[in-house]
Ligand binder design. Structure first.
Ligand code: ADP
Ligand code: MG
Length: 252
């Protein structure tokens, strides 16, 4: 990839703390804690599903979804599915992974489905050469059945916002409202990150919608991929993102 200038930060924990400083964004952030035994127990009491993910992960890899069951806990990851009878046995297993690098715990969002498939949304936010943030594109990532992450690298498929939301039962006016809310959120996240470093030029928000249609920010990417959009038959979205990206020297 050609060299281009946009500041990048890897730690999901740092980025979550930045978001939480902004009062208007707090309601969109699923509760997130660093992994340790106490936090694991607390999160499992509060939420039926908890995500365990590396602080510096990418591409949907090394993510474990934890589900409370009648008998204990069920984990699912790319390594498969397992059952753990007690909080201690679950902790031991996760701690084995957390010994190699830090992990965090996040409230699991019951992702909305389009034609039966879970999806999340990517809001692309870019800064123009005049320094103003704009939400330039929103598209969907539709998960491959059986995967805990919707990422393209995990076999996820890209979809248009309109058709994906209409496949989830949204009518035209609700789709319009969702789009406006996400665009506004994208700009606010841009301003929030700007307050920490002026070097950010592009951000990619991963947004989960819950069954009520409430958006949740799962993560903010500072090196968002968009080349998979190139394979769309309709290249309008790709070209729009690229026209902004060229202003800061990104060519694909
Ligand atoms: N809290 C969560 N609730 C529901 N799904 C989640 C949650 N966290 C992650 N996911 C799923 O896993 C994917 C990857 O997680 P993400 O935090 O974006 O990490 P990565 O950096 O690997 O992309 C998300 O796009 C989503 O499909
Ligand atoms: Mg992601």
């Amino acid at each position: 990839m050609a060299k281009y200038k946009s500041y990048s930060i890897g730690s999901k924990w740092t980025k979550t703390k930045w978001l939480l400083e902004r009062q208007d964004l707090q309601e969109y952030i699923p509760e997130t804690k660093l992994f340790d035994k106490t936090n694991l127990e607390e999160m499992l009491i509060m939420y039926p599903v908890v995500y365990f993910k590396p602080v510096r992960g990418w591409g949907g890899s090394n993510i474990v979804r934890i589900l409370k069951t009648e008998e204990g806990y069920r984990t699912r990851s790319n390594a498969g599915q397992d059952d753990w009878p007690t909080p201690d046995s679950l902790y031991e297993e996760l701690d084995r992974l957390a010994k190699t690098r830090p992990y965090l715990l996040q409230k699991g969002i019951d992702l909305a489905r389009t034609k039966g498939m879970p999806f999340d949304l990517r809001v692309m936010v870019q800064k123009s050469s005049r320094g103003t943030w704009k939400s330039t594109a929103i598209f969907a990532k539709i998960g491959k059945p059986g995967k805990v992450a919707t990422n393209y690298n995990q076999g996820g498929k890209l979809g248009f916002l309109k058709s994906t939301l209409s496949g989830a039962g949204y009518g035209p006016s609700r789709i319009g409202r969702t789009r406006s809310e996400l665009e506004r959120m994208g700009v606010e996240v841009g301003k929030c990150f700007d307050g920490h470093n002026k070097g950010f030029r592009e951000l990619g928000l991963d947004i989960g919608l819950d069954p009520d249609g409430k958006p949740w920010i799962l993560e903010v990417n500072t090196r968002p991929q968009f080349y998979p959009l190139k394979h769309f038959k309709d290249q309008t979205v790709y070209r729009r993102i690229l026209s902004y990206a060229k202003q800061y020297g990104r060519t694909r």
